[in-house]
Design a protein around this ligand. Structure first.
Ligand SMILES: Cc1cc2nc3c(=O)[nH]c(=O)nc-3n(C[C@H](O)[C@H](O)[C@H](O)COP(=O)(O)OP(=O)(O)OC[C@H]3O[C@@H](n4cnc5c(N)ncnc54)[C@H](O)[C@@H]3O)c2cc1C
Length: 403
């Protein structure tokens, strides 16, 4: 692939750059307290400006308010936003993952009701998939949805790690609708109102000091029959669409993480003794090589995308390698700078304290490596005790297996 912009891409980049230059003064700070409604409102307003300028929903089809452009244009926008130092859209989960799922599986009514307000930041969305006993093994969800005589559904259960639930208007929720079939078959996806009766949202404070994600409890939340997305019993397929877009969103956005070896080298270079220390140089060299490899693997992903292909599970390795290199950088910086690297006003505080979370988000290293082993390298699959067994009988089978 030719990594230089084509004349059209260069023209688009110029357009994006000059819009950002002109409007930079109106942008809110890139970071702020997600519990502060004034800050969140300022981010919503900024998302609206980006959407109106055609800089949000780049890859959404035009009929849904998007720009109908390709992933390369999305990368150009991400790069220019990162370079200009302004925040991007607030609702990355909605626009990057849940909106595309509604575009793929939603009804016309759902698309016309929800997509426009999502794009403009008027209604933020959250992803209600993970549960205390269903993270890596997502198909183990226990939140139950029961259908009433009038066709409406009653939802009861608990979700966890729900990013943005504290200010989201809606969530896309994966629930079990049939426990008498094998676990991947008995699930259904629902649109749920986050201010509905029976919904309780509790913030979870992280070591960064922020509370970006939440526990969400559902106690007999009633939703109408038309809240189902993708058909009853098809929840797993619908969830896989979201997870595919999650991989893509993380892949396309990874340049924006800011884990760059030139930044690490600059911070270390102020310490003359560290510069001369062969061990420090070796550690910086190792992690820089990994980050460079990730960048080139990313170009491979872009090449696939520019040819209209969907990147395979191997792109998960980029997340694992980036996070591991950033962890190594954090340890190196802490060793050289000392405890100040971890003080709240340090440039590195957020990166170092956020990394343990990033190790889990978007799939843990063990899970991503398993997937690559099975689906890319063709290694034998993990032993599966749950194959073909109704979900309702799994507990007993698991107990039997462990004796
Ligand atoms: C910052 C952040 C934001 C998130 N946002 C959301 C969100 O908005 N919505 C949402 O639904 N979820 C969200 N999550 C949850 C995320 O998807 C889960 O953390 C992830 O799927 C891992 O699940 P778990 O935390 O339950 O860990 P577990 O699945 O309990 O895993 C615990 C440990 O066991 C290991 N393990 C598990 N199974 C295997 C296996 N088969 N082989 C080998 N090792 C294994 C794992 O690698 C891990 O080390 C978020 C998480 C984070 C950290």
């Amino acid at each position: 692939m030719d990594l230089n912009d084509t004349p059209e891409q260069a023209g688009f980049r110029d357009q994006v750059r000059s819009w950002l230059k002109e409007h930079k003064g109106q942008a809110p700070p890139s970071t702020g307290d997600s519990g502060d409604s004034a800050y969140i409102d300022s981010r919503r307003a900024w998302q609206r400006q980006l959407a109106e300028a055609g800089l949000a929903g780049l890859t959404w089809p035009k009929e849904f308010g998007g720009q109908g452009k390709g992933p390369i244009e999305q990368v150009i926008v991400n790069q220019e936003i990162a370079a200009s130092g302004v925040p991007g859209i607030l609702d990355v989960i909605g626009i990057g993952m849940l909106g595309p799922c509604l575009i793929a599986h939603g009804t016309e009514d759902q698309q016309s009701r929800y997509l426009g307000s999502m794009l403009h930041g008027d209604e933020v969305w959250c992803q209600l998939f993970s549960e205390p006993a269903a993270g890596s093994d997502l198909a183990a969800v226990q939140t139950r949805a029961k259908r009433g005589d009038d066709g409406s559904w009653s939802l009861t259960g608990q979700k966890v790690w729900t990013t943005n639930a504290q200010f989201a208007a809606y969530g896309l929720l994966l629930a079990r609708t049939d426990a008498d079939v094998p676990k991947h078959k008995g699930m259904t996806m629902f649109i749920v109102p986050m201010d509905g009766e029976g919904v309780t949202i509790r913030g979870l404070r992280q070591i960064t000091g922020e509370a970006e994600f939440n526990e969400v409890f559902f106690d007999d939340l009633n939703v109408a029959a038309d809240a189902v997305v993708g058909g009853v019993g098809n929840g797993w397929g619908t969830a896989l669409t979201v997870l595919m877009y999650e991989r893509l969103t993380i892949g396309l956005g990874s340049e924006g993480f800011g884990y760059r070896s030139d930044r690490f080298a600059k911070a270390l270079s102020t310490d003359k003794a560290a510069c001369a220390d062969p061990e420090v140089r070796q550690r910086l060299g190792d992690l820089s090589t990994d980050l460079l490899a990730v960048r080139f693997t990313g170009y491979r992903t872009l090449t696939a995308l520019s040819k209209g292909q969907i990147p395979g599970p191997e792109s998960g390795l980029a997340k694992v390698t980036t996070v591991n290199a950033a962890v190594a950088a954090g340890e190196l910086l802490a060793d050289v700078i000392g405890p100040d690297a971890l003080s709240e006003d340090s440039e590195w505080f957020h990166m170092i304290s956020f990394l343990p979370g990033l190790k889990s988000a978007g799939g843990t290293e063990a899970i991503l490596r398993n997937t690559i082993g099975e689906r890319v390298l063709g290694l034998p699959p993990e032993p599966r005790l749950d194959k073909g067994i109704p979900f309702s009988e799994l507990r007993a089978k698991e107990k039997e297996a462990v004796g």
